[in-house]
Design a protein around this ligand. Structure first.
Ligand SMILES: Nc1ncnc2c1ncn2[C@@H]1O[C@H](COP(=O)(O)OP(=O)(O)OP(=O)(O)O)[C@@H](O)[C@H]1O
Ligand SMILES: [Mg+2]
Length: 496
């Protein structure tokens, strides 16, 4: 969800990286001093960016309701990127010169030093930084006219709380059934349909679960998939997380490996489909296709060809946000999943917000919490992530701040305000690492160590906290993001 949630809010995270580049012991600063350039320019740039950063929280929250603020933020973003680009060029040049100086003989070092005095690159950079600074200073002057308020700057500090990605593939494993609220009726209805031998005349019937993002479609499918009755009914079970890219070849391979069918990796689609057809012959299959986006009938039909050899009564359970997908799959039943009612929404919130505390002993927080839950409109993901956010700060003032945030006024089209809010209130060190994940496509899976290395390469993790290594800090950040439901650990896909 990184890309969806982060949106324009990437800037505050990005600025933290620039601040580090402008530090008094940084490569760029040293370069300026050694070349006798105007290091006051760097100081001014630093100070100007700090002023910008102070109002960024407010600007990011208000950009959705105020078009002038939105425009200001866009101009600011462009100016910051220009400045960063210049700093990047200088850092690269400084590093190159350092390496050359270390590897070249003494005579050429002298020549290099002499070159410094007339270097056109330096003069150009000085002039361009001055231009970038002028633009930024001009934007800073407008902040009062826009009524932007100063905050802590770059995300409120709300306390520091396998494989990771911005959105991991789902698996059939059910997290903890006792923490799922209000889905008994849905579960029983889907199970009844799956157990119905005469649901359609086709050997394989498709049942679709439809609803907006974060409503609990995958959770419902997991509840059903893990129900004891499924094991008795179906000889074969397979779970495939499909996501945005509907790749018939890849999905067929995943189904085969879920059904423990050996494959060499050299098969073409035809050979894979023959294998699958053979495996399914005369057997009843329950296949979950989770998170389908493609509504191209031809792709869906092509995937289903081998299923015809299965025993009558086989079922495919599809989850999708889009009802067009359900009709392209020719579903015999489309189940629309509903928002949680007030009571279930509160139970879910209570579980996460008051984790180890007794909610009844905090009546003032309870009252605010109830209003926050009301604003989440019964969306489980929003309730859960806000509960996680508030759990770290047990203060009435803070809960009220969340309740009264401008972000609630956002249009609901793209991403729920509640989700944007939980991102907005992430501490800045978590925000910038999570914001980085927006470069990955939806459902992209990445190894934990690689992700931490990327954060390090982008200078997003700093070794200034005690004697912890960067790796330990990276792990800590992942744990914190996970506890706030921003990332999830991937588990092995369980099959029967
Ligand atoms: N009924 C529920 N009770 C408690 N938590 C729930 C419930 N439904 C969903 N959740 C939680 O909300 C989050 C989102 O649920 P889920 O992934 O099932 O949504 P989804 O509809 O599949 O979303 P998407 O369309 O993005 O795939 C998960 O963390 C899940 O544990
Ligand atoms: Mg899902």
């Amino acid at each position: 969800m990184a890309a969806e949630v982060v949106g324009g809010a990437f800037l505050s995270a990005f600025l933290q990286v620039i601040f580090d580049r402008l530090g008094p012991t940084s490569t760029i600063y040293n370069y300026f001093r050694s070349r006798k350039l105007e290091d006051r320019l760097l100081e001014n740039l630093h100070i100007t960016l700090i002023s910008v950063n102070k109002v960024l929280d407010d600007a990011e929250a208000r950009q959705y309701t105020n078009s002038h603020v939105k425009e200001w933020l866009q101009k600011l973003k462009h100016a910051v990127y220009v400045a960063d680009d210049l700093l990047d060029k200088i850092a690269t040049k400084a590093t190159r010169l350092k390496i050359e100086a270390e590897t070249q003989p003494a005579t050429s070092k002298v020549r290099c030093f002499f070159n410094c005095f007339v270097n056109p690159f330096d003069k150009r950079m000085e002039a361009r930084i001055q231009e970038a600074l002028d633009v930024l200073e001009f934007l800073v002057k407008q902040k009062d006219a826009l009524g932007l308020k100063e905050g802590s700057g770059g995300g409120s500090e709300v306390g520091v709380g396998g494989k990771v990605s911005s959105r991991l593939p789902t698996t059939s494993l059910l997290p903890d059934e006792s923490g799922i609220y209000g889905r008994d009726g849905d579960k029983e209805k889907i199970i009844r349909l799956l157990l119905d031998e005469n649901l359609s005349r086709d050997p394989v019937s498709v049942i679709s679960v439809v609803g907006m993002g974060g409503l609990g479609k995958t959770t419902l499918a997991q509840l059903v998939y893990n129900d004891r009755r499924m094991k008795d009914q179906f000889q074969l079970k397979a779970w495939v997380c499909v996501s945005e890219e509907f790749d018939v070849f890849g999905i067929t391979k995943t189904i085969l490996s879920a059904l423990h069918c050996p494959i060499t990796g050299h098969e073409d689609l035809n050979q894979l489909q023959l294998k699958l057809q053979e495996k399914l012959t005369g057997k009843k299959l329950l296949l979950v296709l989770d998170d389908v986006w493609n509504d191209q009938k031809s792709d869906l039909e092509s995937l289903q060809v081998p299923f015809r050899s299965g025993a009558s009564g086989s079922k495919i359970l599809v989850t999708t946000r889009d009802k067009k997908v359900a009709s392209a799959m020719v579903s015999v039943e489309v189940h629309r999943i509903a928002l949680l009612n007030e009571e279930d929404g509160w139970k879910l919130f209570e579980e996460h917000a008051f984790k180890n505390n007794d909610a009844s002993s905090c009546s003032s927080l309870q009252a605010i919490g109830k209003k926050i839950v009301e604003k989440c409109d019964g969306l489980p993901l929003a309730i859960k992530s806000l509960g996680g956010l508030l759990q770290t700060k047990f203060s009435e003032k803070y809960w009220n701040e969340i309740l009264e945030s401008e972000i609630w006024k956002l249009p609901k089209s793209n991403i729920m305000p509640a989700l944007r809010l939980s991102y907005h209130y992430l501490p800045s060190h978590l925000k910038r690492c999570f914001a980085f994940c927006s470069i990955f496509p939806k459902d992209f899976e990445i190894d934990k160590v690689s992700l931490i290395q990327m954060w390090m390469a982008e200078d997003l993790i700093h070794c200034n906290q005690g004697n912890k290594s960067v790796g330990e800090l990276g792990n800590g950040i992942l744990d914190e993001l996970e506890s706030r439901s921003f990332v999830e650990k991937s588990e092995e896909i369980m099959t029967n």
